[in-house]
Design a protein around this ligand. Structure first.
Ligand code: C2E
Ligand code: MG
Ligand code: MG
Length: 703
C-alpha cells in the first residue's frame, strides 16, 4: 500500500512545491485546518500529515488537537512547518503530538529526505505488524485446535484473580476437565484435582512460582462434574513476567486415561492370582522389599496358612473341586484384611497374611486363633487339615533378604502341619525351629554324601536285634536297624534321619547300602555256622515303589550269593494308604522268589483288618504300643491276643515288638505269639556283638 501524505498549507505555492517534491507518494492537499479536518475524517488511511501552523479559519495547533486523542489516527505522523524564528511554536507543536518539523522556506531536498525517513519507519512498522498478526493467527489456530489442553495464565492459579481476562483456556482443556472456561476460572485447578494429588502438585507449583524450578511435569487426576476421574499428564512452565510481581505460566494437559487403564490392567494381572483374585507372590516380594526400606521400625509378621493337605482332595475329587474349595477359603480369609493386613495367594494351597504395625505378639496369637476357627468351620466337611506358620521380623532389627524371609516362613508353615492333634496349629519361627531346620539340612547333606558314595566321614552302619522264636526258644534271626554316624552331628537315630531320607528320596540309594550291609551280615552268620538265620530289613514305601526296586534287589541277591529265603522285608503300615494293587503285585513278585514280607508297627496307623486280609504278607509285627498295654490293662481285656489269633487265621505268623518285661512275654506265650523281639531278649547290637550274643545264647537257649 502506497504511503499517503496530506499537505495542509494556506500557501498554494508551498503546497505545489511539496506535491512536486513528494511525487513518489500519494499526496492530498488542504488549504486550511477545516478542509484538513474534513479530509482526515473521510480518508481511510493517511500516514503523514505536513501541517502549516499559521493558517486562517483553523490553524495547525487546532488540527493537532483534533487528532491527538483520536484512536483512529494514533498512527498518523504529523510534521509541522515552522519558520526559523518560531522556536516556541516548534516546541508547542512537538508537545501537541507532532513527530518532526520542517522550516520554511521549504528546502525541497531536506523535505524529501525527512519524509523518506518517516516513510521508511512506517513501512518497517507495517511489516512488523503484519508479521505479528500472522504469528498471532497461527498461535490462535494452534491454541484453539490443539489436541492437548492448554491454559495460559498471567496470574496465579489457584489464588484469587485480579484480572480473569488474562487467563486463556483452550477448548480441549475444557473438554478434558468437563468444565467451561468460566467454571475453571472460578474454581481454580486445585479444586478440580483429585485430593490425593493436590499436595504433590501444590508443592511442584510452589517451586515453579518461586523460581526454584523452571517447570514440572506429573501424572495426576482431575475430577469431572459427574464425579468421574480423568488421568492427565500435566506440564507447567513458567513464562517471562509480563507485569511487575506477576507470575505467568502455561499449563499443558494431556488426557492419558486410556493408557492408564491399560497400565492398571497390566499391573493388576502382574500382581494378582487369577483364580482367587488375591495378590500373588511377585507383589508380596515387591511389597516386602519396599517396606524393608520405608518401614524398618515397624513390627512385621508373615502368617502362612498351609493347606497342602488339600492335595489329597485333588487325588479323590479332581483339581476343580480343590480349586473351588481354595476360592471359598480365599473369600473367607479376605474378610480379615485391613489397611495393615494384606492377604496373598503366593503358591498352590498356601495363603499368606502380611501384617505390619502391630504392637505385640499376643495380637498375632489372637489373629491366628480367629483364622484357624474360620478355616476349621469352612473345611470341616472336607476333613482338610492344615497348619499356620508365623514369622516375625522388622521392629528395628536387621531384616534378612525377602527370599530368606519366605524360606523361613515356609519352614514354619510346613512344621505347623501335623504338629499336634489339633488342626491349624500355630508354629512360630524361632531359634529352636531354626536349629531344627539346620540340623535337618545337615542330616540331608550327610545322607547325600553317603548316597553319592564319595569318601567322607559320614557313614551308615547297621545294628542287629535278635528275634526269638517262642516255639523252640531259640534265636531265629535279626532285624537290621540302620544308624547314621555324621561327622558333624554324631550318632543320629533312624527315627530322625529316615523321614528326611524319605522326603529327599535319598532313602532309595541309602536303602541299597542297607541291603548290602545286611547281606554281608548274612554271609558272616553263615561263616560262623548260623546258616539258617534270617535277617529282616526295613524298607520304606518310597523305596518299594521306586522304579526297578525288585530288579535291583534280585540283582544284588545274585551278586552277593545270598539265599532269598533268609531275607524278610518289613514294611510299615503306611503302605495301606498307598497304591494298594501295585504294592500287592510287588509283594507277589518278592514272595515268589522266596523272600518274606512282614507288616511292621501293626496297629499304629492306617490299617484296617479288612485290608490286612487283602495284603499278601507272611508276618505281622505287633507294635510296641500293644505290648506296653499288657502292663496297664487287665490281661483278660487286652486285645493283643485277638490280634494274634486274627493274624493266625490269615495264615500269618506274629512277632511282638518292644518286649521289655517278663509278664509281657508270659502273656505272649500264653496267647500263642510266634516270635518276640525287645530289650528283654537283647538291645540292637553291633555286628560282632550280635554274633557273640548268638554264640553265648545258643540255639535253643533258655528263656
Ligand atoms: P522298627 O522297624 O519298628 O524297629 C524297631 C524299633 O524299636 C528300633 O528302633 C528298635 O531299636 C526299637 N526297639 C526294639 N526293642 C525295643 C524295646 O524293647 N524297647 C524299646 N523302647 N525300643 C525297642 P530304631 O532302631 O530307633 O528304629 C526306629 C525305626 O526306624 C524302625 O522301627 C524303622 O521303622 C526305622 N528304620 C530303622 N532302620 C531302617 C532302615 O534301614 N530302613 C528304613 N526304611 N527304616 C528303618
Ligand atoms: Mg522294623
Ligand atoms: Mg516296628
Amino acid at each position: 500500500m502506497p504511503i499517503t501524505v496530506l499537505v495542509v498549507d494556506d500557501s498554494s505555492a508551498d503546497r505545489l512545491l511539496i506535491k512536486n517534491t513528494l511525487s513518489d507518494y500519494r499526496v492530498l492537499e488542504a488549504c486550511d485546518g477545516v478542509e484538513a479536518a474534513r479530509i482526515i475524517e473521510s480518508e481511510e488511511e493517511i500516514d503523514i500529515l505536513i501541517l502549516d501552523l499559521n493558517m486562517p479559519n483553523m490553524d495547525g495547533f487546532a488540527v493537532l488537537e483534533l487528532i491527538k486523542n483520536s484512536e483512529r489516527h494514533k498512527k498518523l505522523r504529523p510534521i509541522i512547518l515552522t519558520a526559523y524564528d518560531e522556536i516556541e511554536n516548534e516546541i508547542k507543536g512537538l508537545k501537541s503530538g507532532a513527530v518532526d518539523f520542517i522550516h520554511k522556506p521549504i528546502h525541497s531536498l531536506a523535505l524529501k529526505a525527512r519524509v523518506d525517513v518517516h516513510a521508511a519507519l512506517i513501512n518497517a512498522e507495517r511489516a512488523l505488524e503484519k508479521k505479528l498478526s500472522e504469528q498471532a493467527l497461527t498461535f490462535d489456530m494452534v491454541f484453539e485446535q490443539a489436541p492437548i489442553g492448554i491454559a495460559i495464565s498471567h496470574n496465579c492459579f489457584p489464588k484469587e484473580y485480579d484480572d480473569p481476562s488474562k487467563i486463556r483456556i483452550n477448548p480441549m482443556y475444557q473438554k478434558i476437565t468437563g468444565r467451561t472456561k468460566e467454571e475453571l476460572i472460578k474454581l481454580g485447578w486445585a479444586k478440580i484435582t483429585h485430593p490425593d494429588d493436590v499436595a504433590e502438585e501444590l508443592e511442584n507449583f510452589r517451586k515453579v512460582e518461586s523460581g526454584e524450578l523452571k517447570e514440572y511435569s506429573m501424572e495426576k487426576r482431575y475430577i469431572r462434574p459427574d464425579g468421574s476421574v480423568v488421568w492427565v499428564n500435566v506440564t507447567v512452565y513458567s513464562l517471562l513476567p509480563i507485569g511487575e510481581n506477576k507470575f505467568n505460566y502455561i499449563c499443558l494437559v494431556q488426557d492419558i486415561t486410556e493408557r492408564k487403564q491399560i497400565e492398571f490392567e497390566r499391573k493388576y494381572i502382574s500382581e494378582h492370582d487369577r483364580w482367587t483374585g488375591l495378590y500373588n507372590r511377585e507383589y508380596l516380594v515387591s511389597l516386602l522389599e519396599k517396606h524393608a526400606k520405608t518401614m524398618q521400625c515397624s513390627k512385621k509378621a508373615l502368617i502362612c496358612i498351609n493347606l497342602s493337605m488339600a492335595e489329597l482332595l485333588t487325588a479323590n475329587y479332581g483339581y476343580q473341586y480343590t480349586q473351588n474349595m481354595i476360592k471359598k477359603a480365599a473369600e473367607a480369609l479376605s474378610r480379615f484384611c485391613s489397611e495393615s493386613c494384606v492377604l496373598f495367594y503366593p503358591s498352590e494351597n498356601r495363603f499368606v497374611f502380611y501384617l505390619f504395625g502391630y504392637k505385640q505378639r499376643s495380637e498375632l496369637d489372637e489373629f491366628c486363633g480367629k483364622v484357624a476357627q474360620t478355616l476349621e468351620s469352612l473345611l470341616v466337611t472336607d476333613r482338610i487339615t492344615g497348619g499356620i506358620g508365623v514369622l516375625e521380623f522388622g521392629g528395628g532389627q536387621e531384616e534378612p533378604e525377602v527370599d530368606e524371609l519366605l524360606r523361613k516362613l515356609l519352614v514354619a508353615s510346613d512344621k505347623s502341619v501335623g504338629l499336634s492333634e489339633k488342626n491349624f496349629q500355630v508354629c512360630f519361627y524361632d531359634k529352636e525351629l531354626e536349629e531344627l531346620v539346620n540340623r535337618e539340612r545337615d542330616i540331608g547333606e550327610a545322607l547325600g554324601r553317603i548316597a553319592a558314595g564319595a569318601p567322607c566321614e559320614d557313614e551308615i552302619y547297621l545294628e542287629f536285634q535278635p528275634v526269638l522264636d517262642l516255639r523252640c526258644g531259640a534265636v531265629c534271626g535279626f532285624e537290621a536297624l540302620a544308624r547314621l554316624r555324621s561327622q558333624k552331628l554324631g550318632l543320629v537315630s533312624p527315627k530322625e534321619f529316615v523321614p528326611i531320607a524319605e522326603e529327599t528320596k535319598l532313602i532309595i540309594p541309602v536303602g541299597e547300602r542297607v541291603f548290602e550291609k545286611a547281606f554281608l551280615f548274612l554271609g558272616k552268620l553263615k561263616q560262623r555256622g548260623f546258616g539258617d538265620m534270617h535277617v529282616s530289613v526295613n524298607v520304606s514305601v518310597i523305596q518299594l515303589l521306586s522304579p526297578g526296586f525288585t530288579k535291583n534287589l534280585f540283582a544284588l541277591i545274585d551278586k552277593m550269593g545270598v539265599d532269598p529265603r533268609q531275607i524278610c522285608i518289613e514294611i510299615t503300615e503306611s503302605v495301606f494308604a498307598s497304591d494298594y494293587e501295585k504294592i500287592n503285585s510287588i509283594f507277589d513278585e518278592l514272595r515268589s522268589s522266596g523272600l518274606q514280607i512282614a507288616i511292621d508297627d501293626f496297629g499304629t496307623g492306617y490299617s484296617s483288618l479288612a485290608r490286612e486280609k487283602e495284603l499278601k504278607v507272611d508276618c505281622m509285627k505287633i507294635d510296641k504300643i500293644f505290648i506296653d498295654k499288657l502292663l496297664e490293662t487287665d490281661p483278660h481285656k487286652a486285645i493283643t491276643g485277638d490280634i494274634i489269633s486274627m493274624a493266625h487265621r490269615l495264615g500269618q505268623y506274629v512277632i511282638a515288638e518292644g518286649v521289655e518285661h517278663k509278664p509281657q512275654l508270659s502273656y505272649l506265650i500264653e496267647h500263642g505269639c510266634d516270635r518276640v523281639q525287645g530289650y528283654l531278649i537283647s538291645r540292637p547290637l553291633g555286628e560282632e556283638k550280635a554274633l557273640e550274643f548268638l554264640e553265648s545264647f545258643g540255639v535253643g537257649g533258655a528263656i
